[in-house]
Design a protein around this ligand. Structure first.
Ligand code: GLU
Length: 549
């Protein structure tokens, strides 16, 4: 069997093994080990028993928290079981007893089936971005009310929650602060969830205003421009009734209320009162609305307290189509979430919205307390919080973090996921994509398809990628005697001419072994030349590649 075909076979084998592993009937019949046993062997690493702390440490490395509501049964059983042991360790039997009621989630976690499979290394990247922004000193803490003015400018926190409920936090993530304008997308989502898009947009537009968020101004139809500016948010407030949505959005994590902030907002809220009266004059509210009590409700919603951690779950519920990742509860309709993300994308960052959409390309909403609620749709929700604001009212450190995140990872809405830009793709799909890319590359080398290889090189594919056996495209092309492919890989792509596969063979060994003399000559000539010009720079390679393509 040729090597390239073996690569494909290997993939088929993986799929086969996965299918096998789902054969629960056979497991139950005792023919195959149970999922619980597999999990035990994975974590035990050859030992007879698993110390409880080893289990919880391994669990945390997947991104799951021991306090995750989805693991309640497991954790309760663990507590009870540990009391019966003398050494705080679990044998296979006890382990099974503890994990069996949450085995599906645990198996997913340990088989790296979550959206961010390598959660530890992703978290390490987040910590670096956090540290980078921490050094920033610019900006002003809002001081129009004492409750905001009292915050230290040094406070800085980032918390994230993925759509699979993986959590990571860094910095002051447990300090309560008010959502302020970050509540605007949430109440808009609730309004659409309750009444539908058509009804809500009878009262509010969908267009960026191009004006400051608290401007006393309506669009041509005498409606507020959108629900992310104050006028729109005040009207939106008149369309919603309940606050218990907030708890559900946050998966029952911390949601509080700052009465002092509410009182101060009301006392200092002349502009909002002016907007309220203007909206009333222009008949912007549904019939029968009591404008002043709506304004009170508006100030109360601004005064809802969260922590960075709990707000990251709210953002994750938006990232997850309205389902709270850690409770599994459907909180908002998919339609309301889609609308909300669209409007956050175009209008969420005050007068920086267009630039943010351009540079970061993700839906976000910031607030005067220094929060930025950021959503990576279908991947994760993030809350950044740091009180110092830039001139446009956005958190200085928050903006830096969001920008850095998108420079590092291909999370921008218009980053191309197929022809990989040279950015990190921490998603699961990324892993699959890489496997596919090795197969495609080696298959093209096997069939001698130079034009496919040109396309791969143009889309920044790593032409030195190795398969399971550490074989490269050059090994395969040399073994198959495809002289043109060998030349292209060496001269245009400047791949390493002497990679070793897992048996220690180089492409030259392959060409000799299979008697491809033309390939032997090309490799030898190139090798001589290569050893003479070791200083060749990446830039030179690129120029060369341009020429050849
Ligand atoms: N309480 C503020 C207002 O309505 C919210 C400001 C903000 O976060 O943008 O004016």
């Amino acid at each position: 069997m040729t090597r390239a075909v073996r690569v494909v076979c290997h993939e088929v084998l993986v799929v086969f093994v996965v299918l096998q592993s789902l054969n629960l009937k056979r497991r139950k019949a005792g023919i195959l080990p149970s999922l619980e046993d597999l999990l035990f062997y994975t974590i035990a690493e050859g030992q007879e028993k698993i110390p409880a702390h080893k289990f919880t440490t391994a669990l945390k490395a997947t991104g799951l928290r021991t306090g995750d509501p989805r693991l309640k049964e497991c954790m309760e059983m663990l507590k009870v079981t540990l009391k019966t042991t003398s050494d705080g360790a679990l044998d296979r039997h006890l382990f099974k007893k503890c994990v069996q009621s949450n085995i599906v989630l645990l198996t997913q976690a340990f088989r790296k089936k979550f959206v961010i499979p390598d959660f530890q290394s992703f978290s390490a990247h987040i910590d670096e971005l956090y540290e980078n922004a921490k050094n920033m000193s610019g900006g002003q803490v809002a001081d129009y009310i004492p409750q905001l003015a009292r915050f230290s400018p040094d406070l800085w926190a980032v918390a994230l929650c993925t759509v699979d409920g993986q959590r990571h936090t860094v910095g002051d993530t447990k300090v309560p602060f008010c959502l302020q304008s970050c509540v605007k997308p949430l109440k808009y989502a609730i309004a659409v969830h309750d009444h539908g898009t058509e009804y809500v947009h009878r009262f509010i537009g969908k267009e960026p205003s191009g004006l400051r968020f608290n401007k006393l101004f309506l669009n041509e139809d005498d409606k507020p421009h959108n629900p992310m500016v104050n006028a729109g948010a005040i009207v939106c407030t008149s369309l919603i009734k309940v606050m218990n949505f907030m708890n559900k959005l946050a998966g029952n994590e911390y949601v509080g209320f700052s009465n002092a902030t509410f009182q101060s907002e009301r006392e200092s809220g002349d502009r909002n009162f002016a907007i309220g009266y203007y909206l009333k004059e222009k008949k912007c509210f549904p019939e029968g609305t009591d404008m002043t009590s709506i304004l009170d409700f508006y100030f109360q919603l601004c005064s809802i307290e969260v922590t960075c951690e709990s707000a990251s779950v709210m953002a994750a519920t938006l990232a997850n189509g309205g389902f709270c990742p850690i409770t599994g509860e459907r909180v908002l309709s998919p339609e309301s979430v889609r609308n909300t993300l669209s409007l956050m994308h175009s209008c969420g960052m005050y007068d920086f919205s267009g630039q943010f959409a351009f540079h970061v390309g993700l839906p976000a909403k910031s607030g005067v307390a220094g929060g930025i609620l950021l959503v990576v749709p279908n991947v994760m929700g993030i809350m950044c919080w740091s009180p110092p604001l830039d001139k446009l009212g956005n958190s200085v450190r928050g903006i830096q973090f969001c920008t850095d995140l998108v420079s590092l990872c291909n999370f921008h809405n218009y980053d191309n996921l197929r022809h990989f830009a040279k950015k990190l793709d921490p998603r699961r799909e990324g892993g699959d994509q890489r496997v596919k890319s090795v197969i495609n590359l080696l298959f093209a080398a096997y069939t001698g398809d130079v034009s496919a290889l040109r396309r791969f090189a143009l889309s920044s594919m790593d032409m030195e990628q190795r398969d399971y056996d550490s074989r490269t495209a050059l090994h395969v092309a040399a073994a198959e005697g495809h002289a043109e492919v060998v030349r292209f890989l060496l001269e245009a792509c400047k791949v390493n001419p002497v990679p070793k596969d897992r048996w220690g063979n180089t492409p030259m060994d392959e060409a000799v072994h299979f008697g491809h003399h033309d390939v032997v000559t090309i490799l030898r000539d190139y090798h001589n030349q290569y050893t003479h010009q070791e200083g060749s720079t990446a830039k030179k390679n690129e120029e060369n590649l341009d020429g050849m393509l």
